[in-house]
Design a binder for this molecule. Structure first.
Ligand code: UDX
Length: 440
């Protein structure tokens, strides 16, 4: 039985640690943030991810080893499998900030007391795993320590809001390795316990790192593509939902990631596409598509704002009710959320902005305390006296609105459905002006 340490109890680390522990593997989750570790030790999670809280408490209740610690030395010495799952934010210059990754590597070298398999699960630029290997080797030499280790690249493909399902029923497990025995050990950790039989692809280190960036960039490309097609549909009278269905029936295209909206957000797509573009430019590779994916996405928010301004009859002094703050439903994460960029622009343009989100309003208040917004207690109080209702994030709570009631409380019956949740005719029958994305 392997002993596992997770370095970085953030979103990916927590999900990975809890899922592996639930399979019976002894897991320690380390984080530098003592406050976070204290909360986790009491079963309180610093993030909202459906099912994660119960997964963690079930592990603890059923006596499965899932410990939380700030003692990295102990965590390294007592495990043979070390996952690096620290965050790799984007710097101003679009480069990936690898500070925490390299700090973890140096600490591992300082505390290493025997053979370890070091698994890099953080999303890192191509070539980083090799850099980590060199950092550890150099630090071991500097300390006069003669321990062997193997580096593995094992990118995560977890979607916020469905991360636990994505862990247990992943489409693929990618293992980048230099050493077959190490790859086989990591393969065993997954396939030896996962109920599903996800295909395992063993590649070189750089290829595994590139799979992650290329996959996310391609998914982001699908979204920017369908958003552009939606803009054309609005001009020529086509309905994007029918167009997307017609496209998606082609098995080479597939139905997924063809939903137009206010653009892609989250802590991954914008960062990963930017980072891959930065890597390419670093090699002097001329870019066309990657930069366009980002440009189309940036312009999508602006396009939504123009829709709102036109539908509400202006912005200054208008009351706009925005339903949805999180970058997608099922999470409280507002990083790069298109809803947040719309809310900020509305406030800047002197609209009166009322917001409601089932989970993410706390993060909005914390991140942007200076924004003068009205935080609604519920959907209907938020929409009261509004000149325009904007559905920005497709939470289930917004999928069955009482339009009769809304019509009686709004100032102007205007409904902008930025996620095409509703049939236009359904909303119009209540006397609302309806506008979606790529449909009338
Ligand atoms: C993504 C990848 O899906 C996942 O594999 C990777 O590990 C991490 O990044 P995540 O960012 O959590 O996951 O969410 P995802 O469901 O991919 O959505 C990303 C963004 O695209 C969201 O803002 C979502 O609203 C948007 N989106 C998604 C669309 O606008 N249209 C779609 O059809 C799908």
């Amino acid at each position: 039985m392997h002993n596992i340490t997770i370095i970085g109890a953030g979103y990916v680390g927590l999900v990975t640690g809890a899922c592996l522990a639930s399979l019976g593997m002894p897991v320690q989750c380390y984080d530098i943030d003592a406050g976070k570790i204290e909360c986790l030790s009491k079963g309180l999670l610093p993030i909202y991810e459906p099912g994660l809280e119960s997964l963690v408490s079930n592990c603890i209740r059923s006596g499965k080893k899932l410990d939380f610690t700030t003692d990295l030395r102990k965590a390294v010495e007592s495990s043979d499998i070390l996952f690096i799952t620290v965050n790799t934010p984007t710097l101003e210059n679009s480069q990936c900030d690898l500070t925490h990754v390299f700090e973890a590597a140096t600490s591992i070298a300082q505390y290493i007391n025997g053979y370890k398999i070091i698994i890099v699960k953080s999303t890192v630029p191509v070539g980083t795993c090799r850099q980590i290997s060199n950092i550890i080797s150099n630090e071991l030499a500097r300390l006069g320590k003669n321990h062997s280790f193997d580096i593995i690249s094992n990118p995560e493909f977890l979607r916020e809001g469905s991360a636990i399902q994505d862990f247990f029923y992943t489409d693929r497990i990618v293992i980048g390795a230099e050493n077959k025995a190490a790859a086989d050990t990591v393969k065993e950790i997954y396939t030896g316990n996962l109920q599903c039989c996800s295909p395992v692809l063993v590649t070189g280190l750089e290829s595994a790192e590139m799979v992650k960036y290329a996959s996310n960039s391609f998914l982001a490309c699908k979204i920017s593509f369908i958003n552009e097609i939606a803009a054309i549909c609005e001009c020529c009278g086509a309905d994007i939902t029918q167009v997307a269905e017609g496209m998606g029936l082609d098995s080479r295209i597939g139905m997924h990631f063809l939903k137009p909206g206010p653009g892609f957000g989250g802590s991954c797509f914008p960062k990963d596409v930017k980072a891959l573009a930065g890597i390419a430019e670093g090699y002097g590779v001329e870019l066309g598509l990657l930069r366009s994916i980002l440009k189309v996405n940036d312009e999508q928010s602006e396009r939504m704002l123009e829709k709102i301004e036109k539908a509400a009859g202006g912005l200054e002094g208008r009351t706009i009710a925005v339903l949805g703050v999180a970058f997608k439903p099922g999470t409280d994460d507002i990083r790069y959320s298109p809803a947040v960029s719309i809310i900020r622009s509305l406030a800047t343009r002197k609209a009166t902005v009322r917001v409601f989100d089932p989970k993410a309003m706390g993060n909005l208040k914390k991140e942007f305390p200076q924004l003068k917004l009205h935080y609604g207690k519920n959907i209907y109080s938020t929409c009261r006296n509004s000149d325009c209702i904007v559905l920005a994030t497709e939470w289930d709570e917004f999928a069955d609105l009482d339009f009769e009631k809304l019509k009686s409380i709004v100032r102007q019956p205007v409904f902008l459905d930025l996620r095409n949740v509703y049939q236009p005719s359904y909303v119009k029958q209540f006397g609302f002006y309806y506008e979606g994305v790529g449909r009338k």
